[in-house]
Every structure is written in structure tokens, then in C-alpha cells.
Ligand binder design. Sequence first.
Ligand code: PEP
Ligand code: MN
Length: 345
Amino acid sequence: MIISMRPHATREEIDHVCERIAEFGYKVHSIEGEERVVIGVVGIGDVTICLESLEATPGVERAMRISAPYKFVSKEFRKGRSIIKVNGCEIGGGEFVMMAGPCSVESEKQIMETAEGVAAAGARILRGGAFKPRTSPYDFQGMELEGLKLLRKAKQRTGLGIITEIMSDRDVEMVAEYTDCMQVGARNMQNFALLKSLGGCGRPVLLKRGMSSTIKELLMSAEYIVAHGNPNVILCERGIRTFETATRNTCDIAAVPVLNELTHLPVILDPSHATGKRSLIPALSRAAVAIGADGLIVEVHPCPEKAFSDGAQSLTLADFARMMSELKPYIRLWKEARARELAAV
Ligand code: PEP
Ligand code: MN
């Protein structure tokens, strides 16, 4: 159940609703929205009687039953799209948002050159890992705090928003200080301690789909973050494990429209990890625009052959600029379709 309070409901009214919920034997999760409080209710009991009673309680605007196992993130909870702001970019709104940058932050020169190049080509958000989840403990693990500081410097120089990966709940405060958006990588999609701590991090979260996770599991993980107090979650399809070996992962392109049917959260595509191959990225990027993704996150490196990680799937700055210009007519159509949709709501 979800209880939506009237705008400007008083603290007493909110407390009273929470007491009533407890009397019915349910547990409360409360989200303090910008202008209204929305209360998530979980547990087992007589839903119909509880709903009727709460609807008649002062301060309550609407009490609704949500049948999906993920409540706050479901389309049942919100029909329209959620717009998530990252450094002034409205993801899920009327702009197709490009995030680009290296897999790992490697040096000041590398991140500055990349930031300037991708900004000039039209990216709005700079990606770059300072904490890297590597399969081998002997591979480059990231520059950590030094890398975060370089990302901040790149933001100061270019105005780009920053997205970087958070790997452990112990680092949430530190990473949040340096970034505009916290990335949860595929390997941590079900790190529930991390997801819970991101509920209170004060930054939007980009949640990448686990490589062996179903769409339902992805949505349940998003629900963890929202139920713990952070409604600003963006989802990312980045390819899943299948029997296919021609690509690094298999891009589940259908995940994008499926998610658009199930959730109001924005959905972006990562064609770099989805394919593992530089040559395939422009085609998948066009597909992402065509199927109504809200943006892309793409790996770009000034010299991919020297990259510390994921060089084979990284575009050069020139490749990226070319792709951005080739995407323009597609993005124009995307914008017209999105404007029509937003106007119809
Ligand atoms: C990354 O973005 O560099 C990364 C490690 O991605 P994923 O978690 O999708 O593998
Ligand atoms: Mn990578």
C-alpha cells in the first residue's frame, strides 16, 4: 500500500496516519517528498479495511493498493515519468542525456582531455571509475580518492556533471562528496547493504542491471534505494550473460521498453559493456534512441589502446564526436516524440 498525504499535511496528521498503520499491524516506510509526504506500507493484513480507514483519515489525499512486489518504483504508483536531476540535466524529461568518459580515471591529463572532448561533442555528464570492480585482484583497482579529486577538477573545468561508481557502503559519504550521481555497478546490483545506505546519500543513483539479474530483480533493487529514502534512481541496461560469445554480454534491448511499461524511473543504455566492442556502439546507440531510452552511458578514451581497463570497447574522442553528430537526426525525432508524450500527460 502507498499513502499519499496532501501537500503541506501537518506533522501531527502524518504521525497519526503512521499510528493507524501500526494499529492495523503494518510497517511504515516514509519518504519525505519535496512538497508532499508519501508513506509506503508493507506487511500482511486486511488491505481493504485498512485502505478505507486511511482514506478517511485527516491529511490523506489517496491510499492505494499496489499489486507489484516493487511498490514505489512501479507504474501503479506513478503513471507519468520521473525526472531525475543530475547537475541540472533532467534525465527522464525532454532531453536525451549523454554520459561519456573513460572506464577508469587514470591521470589528470587523461581525464581532462576526455572531459573537454566529450563536452565539446555534446555530452552532459562525465563518467569515470575511481573505484573499479575488477575480476582479477591483480588488475588496476582505480585511483580511489585521487581519482575522485580529478573528477571534481574536470567538472570545474568543463561544467559537466559527474558520475562515478560506489562499491562499498563504507565509502558512500566520501564518494557522495565528489560526485553528482552514484553509480552502482552490475556486480553490486544486489549488494543490499550498499543499496540501503544509498537511500540516505543525498545523490541520485544510477543502478546498473546485474549481468545475471532479471528485470524484476533490478526493480526490486531499485525499490531498496527508494524505500530507504532516495526516490532518485535511474536504471541502466548494460547487457546480460547468455550463451552468446560474439559480444562481451548480450544487450537485452527489450529491457528498455519493458522497463518503460513497468516503472516510472528513467532508463538508459550502456552499449559499451553490453557489447565489449567499439565497432558495435554506434548501432546500439541508435537503437537506444529509437526505443525510447532516456540516455546513454558510453566509454570514451583519448587513446583506447593504452587504457587501463576496457580499451576494446572504448571510443576515441573522434569516434565519439562522429557518433554524436550521426545521432542528431535520431535525437531530433526522439525529442518530438517525447514532447508529444509529456504534453499529453
Ligand atoms: C563500468 O561502468 O565501468 C562497469 C564496471 O560497468 P558494469 O558494472 O556494468 O560492468
Ligand atoms: Mn568499464
